[in-house]
Ligand binder design. Structure first.
Ligand SMILES: Cc1cc2nc3c(=O)[nH]c(=O)nc-3n(C[C@H](O)[C@H](O)[C@H](O)COP(=O)(O)OP(=O)(O)OC[C@H]3O[C@@H](n4cnc5c(N)ncnc54)[C@H](O)[C@@H]3O)c2cc1C
Length: 471
């Protein structure tokens, strides 16, 4: 038992053959037996860093692994559900900060915590153990949650379980935020979100769709009708690339592209607004959003796909600047990268060129980076390194610069931080009394697991606020 992490090899996720012919989940899930065997690799751990240091939710990972190892799946689910409201989302899309901090990762490879989490939650759903979370106690307090991404959902779920009445306002047609309209189906099929929303409705949470707060209804109105308002509106402002030729047709932000595919697949839209079919596609930005665009473009039948990144190529294994148990700085290869396309690093974008108003190429330059303590610091363009990348579709995947300006943010008068997100105090209050914020809207673009943790923490703070501000 104590040396299982050395004797049992880690089994990495496997991907389906022929997966680029459809948009379904790419992973092949291991059998219960394999998962139970993998959980044994956790059992020799002395001091667990995965839960306290790694997981933003503080999941009791060694405890649920011990339950899985002993074949007690129901108990494992009970342990997991204490800290994690939506393990079905994180077990599919989380980069697994816990695995980077796993003790087995020091002498060997980390435990496959994410796959174990998947088996626990899916077997709990199959066994009918996942129930609506409501409360017999009713506080008489009403909260308006604006935005139904993972932060808003976690906040609504926790508030409801604490006995408060919750109404979620969502400007889109369906719930989920980036879980539904950003992350592609091949990473997260959307029936997984629908299944959870049905439980939340059963618990008594109300969802109002197609309501853009700040435009269809004012924040002032909601403040009058509810005892507290939670702004869980994400960080939707994309970073632009203001170079010559940016106005040409065929250049889009990543989310316009991913959104159009998601809406087409769900039947929300009857045509694909942006298609990569038979086009040379250029993805600018080497992160996860770029990788999601790559997988989507390949499935749409792109002629070629190139993903470029301004930063230099990271090392292939954990860099010494990010020692265990930190989230490691290293080159990451997603399932989409294994499907095709090519990647280039240290590339600077100079200008787009076009024909008849449509983009046809990017003029670029190679960059030379200097490093400090193993990390890239400054760059200069390499003289005479100019080259061209042919592209009829360009996708800008360079991150986000904070909350969407105008509309609700302007209407509310809420103060923004220098990072373009809503300024909040330690108890998540914005500069407007009774109005709180969490998730990407308060932290800047981050991760699903952090948004869920932040939504849950905000709900606890609103609960405290009610207790100290008696009606
Ligand atoms: C393409 C892409 C892929 C990603 N992949 C991953 C991944 O694999 N793993 C991972 O951990 N993270 C991933 N992320 C990051 C992750 O999705 C976000 O960190 C997370 O969704 C943030 O949650 P949130 O609830 O704060 O915001 P969002 O998910 O952005 O939700 C905000 C919601 O608020 C709604 N809203 C905004 N304004 C209003 C208004 N005025 N009125 C009503 N509703 C409003 C929006 O419509 C939206 O539904 C990805 C991000 C992108 C862009």
């Amino acid at each position: 038992m104590l040396k299982d992490f050395l004797q049992i090899p880690r089994r990495n996720p496997q991907y389906r053959a022929g997966r680029t012919e459809d948009f379904k989940d790419v992973e092949i899930r291991p059998s219960r037996e394999i998962v139970a065997e993998q959980s044994k690799r956790c059992m020799g751990c002395g001091i667990a860093f995965c839960n306290a240091y790694g997981c933003p939710l503080g999941n009791s990972i060694p405890e649920f692994n011990a339950a899985v190892c002993g074949g007690r799946m129901e108990y494992a689910y009970k342990i997991l559900s204490i800290t994690s409201p939506f393990p079905e989302f994180t077990s599919r899309v989380c980069p697994a900060l816990c695995e980077a901090a796993c003790c087995a990762g020091l002498p060997s490879e980390p435990t496959t915590i994410k796959q174990i989490e998947y088996e626990i939650i899916e077997s709990a759903f199959n066994e009918g153990l996942v129930k609506p979370r409501s409360s017999a106690f009713h506080s008489g307090r009403r909260v308006a949650v604006i935005g139904s991404g993972p932060a808003g959902l976690a906040c609504a779920d926790k508030l409801c379980s604490l006995g408060h009445e919750v109404c979620v306002f969502e400007k889109r047609h369906r719930a989920g935020g980036l879980l539904r309209y950003g992350i592609p189906n091949f990473k997260l099929e959307k029936n997984v979100i629908d299944r959870r929303i049905a439980l939340m409705c059963e618990a008594g949470i109300t969802f109002e769709y197609d309501v853009d707060v700040g435009s269809d209804v004012s924040l002032d109105f909601l403040k009058r009708k509810f005892d507290a308002v939670a702004l869980c509106i994400g960080a939707e402002e994309p970073r632009d690339l203001k170079i010559k030729g940016r106005e040409l047709g065929g250049i889009h932000f990543a989310l316009e592209f991913l959104n159009s595919q998601a809406r087409f697949l769900s039947g929300e839209s009857d045509s694909l607004k942006i298609s990569a079919k038979d086009k040379n596609v250029l993805i600018i930005g080497g992160g996860d959003t770029g990788s999601d665009c790559l997988g989507t473009a390949i499935r749409q039948g792109a002629k070629s796909v190139v993903q470029i990144e301004i930063m230099p190529e990271p090392p292939s294994s954990r860099d010494s600047s990010t020692p265990w148990p930190m989230w490691e700085y290293k080159k990451r290869t997603s399932s989409s990268h294994l499907e095709g396309g090519s990647r280039m690093w240290s590339v600077g974008s100079s200008e787009f060129s076009g024909e008849n108003g449509m983009v046809c190429a990017l003029k670029a330059k190679r960059l030379k980076w200097t490093f400090e303590n193993g990390r890239p610091k400054t760059f200069e363009e390499i003289e005479g390194s100019d080259f061209e990348i042919k592209a009829e579709l360009v996708l800008l995947c360079m991150g986000f610069t904070g909350v969407k300006r105008g509309g609700l943010v302007e209407d509310s008068g809420a103060e923004l931080s220098t990072r373009g997100v809503l300024k909040v105090s330690s108890d998540f209050q914005t500069s407007i009394g009774g109005v709180f914020a969490c998730g990407d809207a308060a932290s800047g673009a981050s991760l699903v697991v952090r948004a869920i943790a932040s939504g849950r923490n905000l709900a606890e703070n609103i609960d405290k606020f009610f207790k100290t501000n008696v009606k």
